[in-house]
Design a binder for this molecule. Structure first.
Ligand code: PLP
Length: 425
């Protein structure tokens, strides 16, 4: 075993133990430098030294309810006391009612849900369902995308995080993205490219999988006509449309789901993050009745011990009820407009702000070395090959000012908890 790097005496005991015993995610372990966090309230959280941060990223764009959703915490405690775990073969009230609730808030006829514990598992289930339903194997996804870290979901991920996992699962094919600011390809032209791809692949594509609004790869909002046309292309070629709503879902965009912004109902939708407001690990994959019916006579050969864990489902049910009761989706839309206006002011005022974009409380600030030429600060690979870009330094400087934002490649991601108010913005 390599010699342990010396741990600074200034580190707290928790930080020292964590550094020594826990694998850091997506990092060179030598560079992992965790800050102890002790709690959160509303849209703020506090570190081990007592410094307070306003949470402008909702942690990993998942704490949509903020850090004080008491109804969710109470539902978790109640379920844990009444019966923490029963195997997936039993029906629990929490799971059944959450299934019913998801049929209510998701668009169109989407109505039958497979529950899991994360976004990556929700995507794995979607891939498997699409393959079993269509009898075809290939999944078309896009380069600027993230769909998870397990074998299948990392293979359909397009961003550089996939590179170390390649060649990945067979049949994962990548297409160009609707990235108006940074790509030479016009977003609508990129669609015709996908149309031609599917034609050339013959009748072998099970599904096109997209984030309706791309999240961690830079908050890419396609033109209004993009998603409806993408669904048409998929169906013309006998493929399904899967919308990955893991990050865009549950009010983030000022609508329940990213695909609602474009009035499109996919055949399969994946959810996690905001589904439980990050109070418990919970993922979900919801399908149309046609797809659900198919499995009446075909074995649904899939499941996990914790599929539909009662405590996580109780958290999910209470979270969705909170979005409804506190009218958080409309609120996100209203304060989101004002956030967008403020970010536009930044774009006009600062030479390194190349573009600001987004909808609702799902916004990005793309930094550039040269606004005329749109020269990126960091290459796409920098983030995994060196673990650091100038954008990381900007995020660190913001944290020094008590403002916590997420960052990925060249973009700062602004995705605060939905209850954020105008003064905080
Ligand atoms: N899909 C999207 C769109 C995501 O943004 C993420 C995570 O950021 C995932 C899937 C994977 O979710 P998880 O990290 O819960 O496995």
């Amino acid at each position: 075993m390599a010699e342990e790097p010396p741990l600074s005496e200034e580190r707290s005991e928790v930080e020292r133990l964590d550094k020594k015993y826990v694998f850091g995610t997506w990092s060179f372990q030598s560079e992992v430098d965790p800050t102890e966090v002790v709690g959160g309230e509303g849209v703020r959280f506090t570190d081990g030294s007592g410094d307070e941060f306003i949470d402008f990223s909702g942690q990993l764009m998942c704490s949509n309810l903020g850090h004080s959703a008491d109804a969710v915490a109470d539902a978790i405690a109640k379920q844990a006391q009444e019966g923490a775990y029963f195997a997936p073969g039993f029906a629990t009230e929490a799971r059944a009612r959450l299934g019913e609730k998801l049929a209510e808030v998701t668009p169109g006829t989407l109505s039958k849900t497979f529950f899991s514990t994360s976004g990556t598992e929700a995507v794995e289930a979607a891939i498997k369902i699409a393959r079993m339903y269509t009898g075809k194997q290939k999944i078309v996804s896009r380069y600027r995308s993230y769909h998870g870290a397990t074998a299948g979901s990392i293979s359909v991920t397009g961003d550089p995080r996939r590179l170390k996992a390649e060649p990945g699962i067979p049949g994962a094919i990548k297409a160009p993205d609707p990235y108006a600011y940074g790509s030479t390809l016009d977003p609508m032209e990129s669609l015709e490219y996908i149309d031609e791809m599917l034609m050339l692949e013959g009748d072998t594509v099970a599904a096109i999988l997209v984030e309706p609004i791309v999240g961690s790869n830079g908050i890419l909002v396609p033109p209004e006509e993009y998603l409806p046309r993408l669904k048409e292309i998929a169906h013309d070629h006998g493929a399904l449309l899967i919308c990955d709503e893991v990050m865009a879902g549950f009010g983030r965009t000022g609508e329940w789901f990213g695909c609602d912004v474009f009035d499109v109902t996919p055949d399969i939708m994946t959810m996690a993050k905001g589904l439980s407001g990050a109070y418990a690990p919970l993922g979900a994959t919801i399908v149309t009745p046609e797809i659900a019916d198919h499995f009446e006579d075909e074995l649904f050969c899939h499941g996990h011990t914790y599929a539909g864990h009662p405590v996580a489902c109780a958290a999910g049910l209470a979270a969705v009820e909170t979005y409804q009761e506190e009218n958080l989706i409309d609120h996100a839309s209203e304060v989101g407009d004002s956030l967008g206006d403020r970010l536009e002011e930044l774009a006009d005022a600062h030479p390194s702000v190349g573009d600001t974009r987004g909808v609702g409380l799902f916004r990005g600030i793309e930094l550039t070395r040269d606004p005329d030429e749109r020269v990126p600060f960091g290459e796409r690979e920098d983030k995994i090959s060196t673990g650091s870009t100038v954008v990381d330094d900007v995020a660190a400087a913001a944290a020094d000012e008590g403002v916590y934002v997420a960052n990925m490649i060249n973009t700062l991601i602004i995705a605060p908890p939905l209850p954020i108010t105008e003064p905080d913005i």
